[in-house]
Design a protein around this ligand. Sequence first.
Ligand SMILES: *[C@@H]1O[C@H](CO)[C@@H](O)[C@H](O)[C@H]1NC(C)=O
Ligand SMILES: *[C@@H]1O[C@H](CO)[C@@H](O)[C@H](O)[C@H]1NC(C)=O
Ligand SMILES: *[C@@H]1O[C@H](CO)[C@@H](O)[C@H](O)[C@H]1NC(C)=O
Length: 637
Amino acid sequence: MKSWGEALGRSLGAQCSRVGRLRRALVLLAAAACTAAALLYWRQQTNEMGRRPMHNMYTGIEPQWTWICRNDRCERMLATETNTLQSLPTCNMLCASTQLWPQPTGPVSLATAAVPVRADSFTLKVIASPSQDVTDHLNDAFALMREDIHILEKATAGETRRSDIGAVQNVLVQVVVNGSGDPRMRLNTNESYKLVLRPFQNKNNLIVDITARSFCGARHGFETLSQLVWLDPYANSLLILEAATVDDAPRFSYRGLLLDTSRNYFALPEILRTIDAMAACKLNTFHWHVSDSQSFPLRLDSVPQLAQHGAYGPGAIYTMDDVRTVVRRARLRGIRVLLEVDAPAHVGRAWSWGPAAGLGHLAYCVEVEPWSAYCGEPPCGQLNPRNPHVYELLEHIYAEIIRVTGVDDLFHLGGDEVSERCWTQHFNDTDPMELWLEFTRRALKALEAANAGKMPELTLLWSSRLTRTPYLERLDSKNVGVQVWGASRWPESRAVLDAGFRSVISHVDAWYLDCGFGSWRDSSDGHCGPYRSWQQVYEHRPWTEEAPPPGGEASPWRVEGGAACQWTEQLGPGGLDARVWPRSAALAERLWSDRTEGAAADVYLRLDTQRARLVARGVRAAPLWPRWCSHNPHACL
Ligand SMILES: *[C@@H]1O[C@H](CO)[C@@H](O)[C@H](O)[C@H]1NC(C)=O
Ligand SMILES: *[C@@H]1O[C@H](CO)[C@@H](O)[C@H](O)[C@H]1NC(C)=O
Ligand SMILES: *[C@@H]1O[C@H](CO)[C@@H](O)[C@H](O)[C@H]1NC(C)=O
């Protein structure tokens, strides 16, 4: 084994001119990659890890298979056919493709050799931080990363036999954050980070330098670092690449996952696990569609009546402490919690206590029949836009949401699928569209008041008739944006963008994860299908379909990003993970990397690895394919 010093002594030029032979250089920016590659020592796999006999995790049963890297591919062989024994994860990590997910957008160089490591060998040193708050968050986020690695380690059969695999490394992670002193994920948070992993002094020490502009960027760096660590089941040890550089930043600033907890309830551990899985894929917005006409599980301190009248029962309620727990975990994972209480439609029994409380009708058409005349799915219900108490209550709700989530630059008002017929029945003197506009204006006013007199920088509405001409123009594009969920017929989204509104894309025909499970009502009208495969999720790239407006004078389109939507009419806790993962991971790479290629071979391989990571962390993600294909990936591609 050659030493690091020798490696650095090698000619830089020679490395750069032979980039094609470097098996793992992903050259995105040739010059930068050259520099990065030059800093690294590229080495074929050592045979240190592949010696036999091994103390493997499958006590008493010798591994049947071994993988060798041949022509940039991992090939499976019978262990008896060769005298090196290499596990599939190790072969994947050391063979041709990078195994990072999402694919970084800047230059990446990864060594092709690994060294053993343990979860407790990682220590953090905060070299520079703009605030105590950021420092505290770095410490706590680092502890979470170590826990993630520790979970892998717990899968080993017992104490690692040091004599088998060589000395265990100490890994010193040095972090510099130069930028925002606010650890929250904000609209203007710079999420870029740079990671350099290298041996230090002697080969028992690794140094990782992570530099970032924000806590969130540094945290993404931790996540990438954790992806350079894996469990080798044959060596019965964790391994880490011995050198790496990654320069990375996301393409879109809004990378979301919506979970609906109204149609069916999901207990806290399910939500926390979803947050963890999101973080593993560098998604940054947990859009919590907490209430709808079916149930209102959020027990607000300011308006407890809503949960009292709207929740399914005592076992299906989120206390504000629960929400704080979610927000806390999300914060440390670089994720904002966007808590949406939908209005004025998509409300139900939760709002039916007005008359008894002397507040008059807060809502109309609650559970009215025939439902199909008044709403998209039973039960119906719509707020009373002419009752001033409605806006007072909304102000309380909004204030509490902002307080508990700490998100005050971004808000979601809901606002889709208003039944004109319902309002017409009660207010036949007014065009229901005018009522809808009036409601939206007054709700925005309530929001402003709830947010200490300041409009959030961006308030999202679901796309609807209100966000089309001629009503769209009457909204203020300065602080209102549209979450476009209609079919990806681009014109609808385009009109929103051409009019200068910022948008978040959630096209139903690509990013609705609930579709394809048939109808849950006796009539099948309106159900959503077919199933959107991970490849469809991945390949949806609507912003490329047409060029921005000609002339170049109009302001450029403002696509903030996108979100996958998991509505839960037909989903409960037991099925959550496999429904959402790995498809949301596919979305995460679309929004982080936005590579122009579709689901190419390397995407299958990397996503398979990412899926295995999620599974190792306790997320029951669906398999991409038969396990045989993981064993023989190129035979399935
Ligand atoms: C922090 O970033 C600014 C540029 O925004 C730069 O001028 C400054 O030198 C940096 N400070 C450190 C300590 O790197
Ligand atoms: C984020 O910070 C990086 C590193 O300083 C810089 O190169 C990049 O331009 C910044 N991104 C934005 C959107 O400001
Ligand atoms: C409007 O509603 C009122 C009271 O419900 C009713 O008397 C009146 O006839 C209605 N007008 C129309 C045009 O439907």
